[in-house]
Design a protein around this ligand. Structure first.
Ligand code: UDP
Length: 472
């Protein structure tokens, strides 16, 4: 088929591999199942991650193409500005370039939808200038989406800081969420990031539709409410779980996969905090000691500790020493028969898919959580930032019961004894066994959701039909 005959969709991702990976899978599904053509229009935050994004996007086959907007500058921002501010600003500052690009593209191509991600509603006006209906690809849960619709209301009805709310927030069909577990920038209501966040969520109602990277069976309650539009929300479509497909580069296996091949089945806990999570030095040391104390096999992705006193992300890192230099003295030697430590990055999906992996100590980013669901790996949850605490609530005791959440002591640290206990319970305890069983049930329902007649396949087809009709 000629490109001009295909139905065209534009996708505008905001920075962060956690946003891009699922959007790429989404694009592939639209191409394979619905014969659409996709143009990624990529804002450039001027960081090194744009290189990785380019490499990934340019490796995709036609009819997926990508255009990169010129880099914007953050020279005027304070160095401690929060990540959410930077992400949204990347798009805000790229709007003139986006407008120009759309102007040029729409001269020859008719786009039936412009899809943005969680921080993207600021681009709605530009889409509408060109008569293109704006959609959101929501890369996290129906629980978080429900909360987004509630936030402008909550902001209006209470003046308290949310961490001080006496009662948990109970939204239709959702597990109750304590105020202190809400999205990170919401904890200081006088701050600019807070105001920007409320403003962003108040735009959500203007979307023509919202596609959510979750699925009906994992969140039946929140989806029922969203689909019935009880929040006064636009149409919502569960389309997940969309996770990175496994790419093997043949004979050249990474060391950690070869190491996993040598371990007994379901015996290794994978320890990793996503693409940007870091711990303080003190916490990093406790984690090392806790893993050692547990006596369990582990595969740990380490990153140089941050120079704050608590956990976080993207903080300025100490010097340019190797993260190995921050491990306790003699740690590698003492644990060499049980553990493997890797620097900064591991092929996570392949690790989770491996037979030897039996547990995951995770920061609970939604992609990591979905990947664990798809491969049936139960969790120790250690949320750090963004919406991760809400994800930990969803998978934890009050929700799906497939994740054991760590608790901090009065010093704000998770102690080594406790870490060792969590790891042992997950890997060997009765509770761990039950969690693994429940995770395997979720794994089956995830598979069903994406099967030919599955709920997510059907709701993607519904959106595809709307887009197709819009073309004619
Ligand atoms: N990831 C990976 N290797 C790593 C760290 C992360 O492949 O060492 C991938 C992971 O599989 C997931 C994404 O990066 O697809 C991280 O997304 P998530 O939503 O879990 O967390 P974020 O990085 O956005 O906080």
């Amino acid at each position: 088929q000629d490109l001009p005959e295909l139905t065209h969709i534009a996708i505008v991702p905001t920075p962060g591999m956690g946003h891009l990976f699922p959007l790429i899978e989404f694009a592939k599904r639209l191409v394979v199942q619905h014969k659409f053509a996709i143009t990624f229009i990529v804002p450039n935050d001027g960081t090194s991650s744009i290189g990785l994004q380019k490499k990934l996007l340019q490796s995709l086959p036609k009819p997926i193409s990508s255009l990169f907007l010129p880099p914007i500058s953050f020279d005027d921002l304070p160095t401690d500005s929060v990540i959410e501010t930077r992400i949204e600003l990347t798009l805000t500052r790229s709007l003139p370039a986006l407008r120009q690009t759309l102007k040029a593209l729409t001269e020859s191509t008719r786009f039936v939808a412009l899809v943005v991600d969680i921080f993207g509603p600021v681009a709605f006006d530009v889409a509408q200038e060109f008569g293109i209906p704006p959609y959101i690809f929501f890369p996290t849960t129906a629980l978080v989406l429900s909360f987004f619709f509630y936030l402008p209301k909550l902001d209006a009805i209470t003046s308290a800081e949310y961490g001080q709310l006496p009662e948990p927030i109970k939204l239709p069909g959702c597990v109750p969420v304590q105020g202190h577990d809400l999205f990170n920038p919401l904890h200081d209501r006088k701050s600019e990031p807070y105001k920007a966040f409320v403003h962003m969520t108040s735009r959500y109602n203007r979307a023509s539709g919202i596609l959510v990277n979750s699925f009906l069976d994992i969140e039946p309650g929140p989806f029922k409410a969203l689909i019935e539009r009880v929040h006064g929300n636009p149409p919502v479509y569960p389309v997940g779980p969309l996770i990175q497909t496994i790419l093997s580069n043949g004979s050249d296996e990474p060391e950690c996969l070869r190491w996993l091949d040598e371990q007994p089945k379901v015996s290794v806990i994978f320890v990793s905090f996503g693409s940007g999570g870091t711990l303080s030095q003190e916490q990093f040391t406790e984690l090392a000691s806790g893993l050692e104390l547990s006596g369990q096999r582990f595969l740990w992705v380490i990153r140089t500790p941050n120079d704050k006193t608590s956990d976080g992300a993207f903080f300025t890192l100490k010097g340019n020493k190797s993260p190995f230099d921050y491990l306790p003295e003699g740690f590698l030697e003492r644990t060499k028969d049980l553990g493997l430590v890797v620097d900064s990055w591991a092929p996570q999906v392949r690790v989770l898919a491996h037979d030897s992996t039996g547990g995951f100590l995770t920061h609970c980013g939604w992609n990591s959580t979905l990947e664990s669901v798809v491969y049936g790996v139960p969790l120790v949850t250690w949320p750090l930032y963004a919406e991760q605490k809400m994800n930990a609530v969803l998978v934890g005791d009050e929700g799906l019961k497939v994740g054991l959440r760590v608790k901090k002591n009065e010093k704000g640290i998770v102690g080594r004894e406790e870490i060792s206990e969590y790891v042992k319970v997950l890997m060997e305890g009765e509770e761990g066994k039950l969690m693994r069983k429940r995770m395997n049930q979720l794994k089956e329902s995830a598979k069903l959701a994406l099967s030919h007649e599955g709920s997510s396949t059907k709701s993607l087809a519904e959106v595809a039909q709307i887009w197709e009709n819009h073309k004619n």
